[in-house]
Design a protein around this ligand. Structure first.
Ligand code: ADE
Ligand code: ZN
Length: 340
């Protein structure tokens, strides 16, 4: 009898850029279909560009590649492909983000972007068995007035999304530049998250909490450079959505063995494991989970702690969260029973 494939760890993926999920072959095919001129000669040429030196070198590639998306169906297909792959990776709930602004800037209506994504998210539970939320992220290295204008437009149009985020080049663009944007989002009952402490200093994490009043921090790994920041994050149980493979590929840490995720867990931080932009960094959440487990020899009970953190850190209702936490318990029991 063939050995059954072990069930993947059930997780919530909370740090995932939909615009960063396009596989190279999909990029080339979509460019050809939409008549978009890319600077890459062919698929092999594109694939040779995935060696990054820092965050900016990755963003330079990402922002060219996402220009292939033009129609509502393109945005729907991007979302469908992510959810299909995420389901196989063990994702039970996904809080996905999109840089809607990146598309609006090149003349694509916000309604095309959000509409296409929503067409798929609205049926994600029936079609993929994954509950979802949508976060609209703004570029911190673009003017805050632009973000404010887009947020106003999205709210006025009745676009359905659950929260806002802040991403793109971090150093030199502190969270406080976006105070007005976050104030408006809060007034409208939106959830608030922001990238901080990826390449930027620990003070950006504090600023995101104090000034933007975010509920969750994306990355946050540089908190370890300041004990007071760590103590505060632990005391307030602020969730950090960590992306191990991303951090290695963008050289914020040298190797997986140097990644601080286990130290973060041991210090009492609410860390979860996420994939950020999977094709750019070497894999989806299952690959990130495997990298952590294999590199650190973490046992199943430890991996279940990361999974529990992911659901605790989510914007799920209490009932939904309880249902998923029971799945993590069942996964751990199954693994324990399988070991005998
Ligand atoms: N956009 C997509 N991925 C990002 C990351 N890891 N940091 C900042 N901006 C991003
Ligand atoms: Zn990110």
């Amino acid at each position: 009898m063939p050995t059954p494939t072990p069930a993947p760890l059930p997780v919530a993926e909370l740090h995932l850029h939909l615009d960063g999920t396009l596989e190279p072959d999909f990029i080339m095919e979509t460019a050809a279909r939409n008549g978009v001129d890319l600077p890459w000669n062919d698929l092999a040429d594109l694939e040779s560009r995935y060696a990054f030196t820092d965050l900016q070198s990755f963003l330079d590639l990402l922002y060219v590649n996402l220009t292939v998306l033009r129609t509502r169906e393109d945005f729907a297909e991007m979302t469908r492909r992510y959810l299909a792959r995420a389901a196989a990776a063990g994702v039970r709930h996904a809080e996905v983000s999109s840089d809607v602004q990146a598309h609006v800037r090149r003349g694509i209506p916000a309604q095309t972007v959000v509409g296409g994504i929503r067409d798929v998210l609205d049926r994600s539970e029936e079609d993929f068995g994954i509950t979802t939320r949508l976060i609209v992220s703004f570029w911190r290295d673009a003017p805050a007035e632009e973000a404010l204008g887009l947020l106003r437009e999205l709210i006025a149009s009745g676009a359905r999304f659950d929260g806002i985020g802040l991403d793109s080049a971090e150093v030199g663009y502190p969270p406080s530049l976006f105070t007005e944007v976050y104030d408006l989002a809060r007034e409208h009952g939106l959830h608030l998250v922001a990238h901080a402490g990826e390449e930027g200093p620990p003070s950006y994490i504090t600023e995101a909490l104090d000034v933007l009043r975010v509920e969750r921090v994306d990355h946050g790994i540089r908190c370890l450079e300041d004990d007071a920041v760590v103590e505060r994050l632990v005391a307030d149980q602020v969730p950090l959505t960590v992306c191990p493979l991303s951090n290695v590929r963008l050289r914020t840490v040298d190797t997986m063995a140097d990644h601080p995720i286990m130290t973060m867990l041991e210090r009492g931080l609410v860390v979860s494991i996420n994939s950020d932009d999977p094709p750019y960094f070497g894999g989806h959440v299952d690959a990130n989970v495997a990298a952590v487990q294999d590199t650190f020899g973490a046992d199943d009970a430890t991996m279940a702690r990361f999974a529990r953190h992911s659901f605790v850190s989510s914007f799920l209702t209490d009932d939904e969260r309880a249902r998923y936490l029971a799945e993590v318990d069942a996964w751990l029991e199954g693994r324990t029973a399988a070991r005998g």
